[in-house]
Design a binder for this molecule. Structure first.
Ligand code: ATP
Ligand code: MG
Length: 456
């Protein structure tokens, strides 16, 4: 097979060889090369120690305890990572490496990698002018065969490997989803049997993998896998509880139970923002707690958005989301029941925008679109289309007192009052009138209105 290697990669391979070091392209990069996918993440493994690596690439940076030297290139968003052969990728207490030991051979290094398709290494022989003269694929675990059959299989004994580092179970789900591979039977059973070990992993690492699953094109399959393996019950038990909660009522459009509806909504969500996708996944997570079946057979979930918000807040804290991420997640869930009724006033529409945050309105609408499609409804309704037009219309009017054509200083000067709460009250009063369109947002008109206040 001919490999199309970028010049930057060829130069690294060649420079290491010139210095008599072994060097291989390894991991996801080899997997993606073989699958003829664009490689975004170049990883290398070498017998050179970090100090020796830095001698070959002086502009590399070495800032972690795993012996990885990174090097940035203009044409690549992620730095290339060059790592000394390791004998330990694992984490003996299922979560953190006791010590990092350098390996002497490629064989030792590959034995510690997670999946057979990730344990392939590629060596290239280059001419002085960087022409690829030949390549050798090192495949000690039948990775190539698994790649062809689209199978994700642990290297060695799966149960042992997951006991060393429980995050590998989540990586299995994520990578299988990304590649659209099946998880091999023994590997899958080992995940089911060891799912509880995931609780020993640092929440930040879990969040990183979970967000990668969320962001992927195939996130629906990822979450199905999480559910089937029992990992969901460990990481997001609140979501597991939604499965089997019926919501079909006479004359209502819901065709799925709550859990399936949430996964279907995620499937339809086209946002690339993981928080919007997470909010879409969790928006009805409070429904099990608010479920009521009336005598008429109608099922209600009164105030479920409030309960969903509370649960989402706990999840956000547990998974160590940043404050900004949590804030957005909560807003999208809290207001997902927004009305698109044509009877609501302009100020109600504007209140909606203020509540959700102008910067989140697009994503809120995307959540609604995904929610509708995920319930088996049509993508849009004329009401939703009209509502979108109104969202734009109402933004042409001033939005808050900051948009008024007069400010606090004008109020103080005209009314001859010192700064204090009174100034805000006056601005608020004027803003209400502008918002209700009883007066225009025009500087002269507002100033003359102020003059009237003076004598009131
Ligand atoms: P992607 O870059 O898309 O996340 P990748 O396979 O390159 O996929 P990385 O996290 O970049 O994954 O890791 C690079 C390689 O390091 C993997 O292909 C695998 O060989 C090895 N690896 C990473 N994490 C682990 C782990 N927890 N246990 C064992 N090997 C691992
Ligand atoms: Mg990688």
């Amino acid at each position: 097979m001919q490999f199309n290697l970028p010049d930057e990669v060829k130069k690294i391979l060649s420079d290491f060889r010139k210095n008599n070091h072994e060097i291989y392209i390894v991991g996801g990069a080899v997997r993606d090369l073989l699958m003829e996918k664009t490689v975004t993440d170049w990883d290398f493994t070498t017998n050179a120690t970090p100090d020796e690596i830095l001698k070959v690439i002086p502009d590399g940076f070495y800032d972690n305890k795993f012996g990885t030297v990174g090097v940035k290139f203009e044409n690549f968003s992620k730095p290339f990572e060059i790592t000394t052969y390791r004998t330990e990728f694992g984490y003996s207490d299922n979560r953190r490496p006791d010590k990092i030991a350098w390996g002497k051979t490629l064989k030792e290094d590959l034995a510690r990698r997670d999946f057979t398709v990730n344990a392939l290494a590629l060596r290239a022989v280059l001419s002085i002018k960087y022409k690829v003269l030949g390549t050798e694929l090192v495949d000690l675990y039948n990775g190539l065969e698994d790649l062809k059959n689209k199978v994700l299989r642990a290297v060695g004994d799966p149960s042992e490997r997951f006991n060393e580092d429980a995050l590998r179970m989540l990586r299995a789900v994520r990578i299988a989803g990304e590649l659209k591979f099946e998880i091999e039977q023994n590997t899958l059973s080992a995940i089911k049997n060891n799912a509880t070990l995931i609780n020993k992993i640092a929440k930040e690492r879990i969040k990183d993998e979970l967000f990668k699953i969320l962001k992927g094109d195939n996130s629906y399959d990822g979450f199905i896998h999480l559910k089937e393996t029992g990992l969901m019950d460990q990481i997001l038990p609140e979501l597991t509880k939604c499965f089997g909660v019926e919501q079909k009522s006479p004359n209502r459009h819901h065709i799925y139970d709550v859990g399936t509806h949430l996964l279907m909504s995620l499937k339809h969500c086209q946002s690339s923002d993981p928080i919007t996708r997470f909010a879409t996944l969790l928006h009805d997570v409070g429904k099990p707690q608010t479920y009521k079946k009336l005598d008429s057979e109608v099922i209600t979930f009164y105030n479920h958005e409030i309960v969903s918000t509370k649960i989402a807040r706990n999840i956000a804290d547990r998974l160590r989301l940043s404050n900004a991420e949590k804030d957005k997640l909560i807003k999208l869930i809290r207001y997902h029941q927004f009305t698109v009724s044509e009877h609501q006033t302009d100020s109600a529409v504007r209140r909606f925008i203020r509540n959700v945050g102008l910067e989140n309105v697009e994503d809120m609408l995307e959540l609604r679109r995904a929610d509708r499609l995920g319930s088996g409804a049509r993508e849009s309704s004329w009401r939703l289309d009209d509502f979108k037009k109104r969202l734009i219309e109402v933004q042409k009017q001033p939005f808050s007192i900051k948009d008024l054509k007069i400010n606090g200083k004008d109020v103080m000067d005209t009314l001859n009052i010192p700064s204090g709460p009174k100034v805000g009250e006056v601005l608020e009063k004027l803003f209400k009138e502008v918002e209700e369109k009883t007066i225009e947002n025009d500087r002269d008109i507002l100033l003359s209105k102020l003059n009237i206040f003076k004598y009131e």
